[in-house]
Each structure stands twice: as structure tokens, then as C-alpha cells.
Write a new protein. Sequence first.
Length: 64
Amino acid sequence: MAISLSVVLLLAIILVVLIRNGSLKPGPTIVAVLFGFFLASTGIAPSINRFMNSIAETINQISF
């Protein structure tokens, strides 16, 4: 729950910055789409949540 809430907050901040700059190009559009899926909790949202959790776990396992 904490990870998904953090992802939604991060994507919302990125989306607001991109909209304010007027630079919504293909890359930032992907951020907007992900934000929409997390926010709306559509049928594909659990799959996206699992994917994002696996990425977070992978990043967490990296040690320097």
C-alpha cells in the first residue's frame, strides 16, 4: 500500500510539472497513462501494481 501510494504521488507530481511546462510528449504521456491506471484502479491496475512492486523490490535488492 505504501509503495503504490508513493508511486501515485510521484506520478502526480511529474504529471503536474509536465503539464505546466507544456511538454507532454510520448515519454511523459506514458507517465500520464500510468497515473490514470493507478488512480482509477481499472481492471488492469492489479497487473500494473504487481509490475511496479517487482521493479521496486528489484531496485531495493541492489547493493553498492
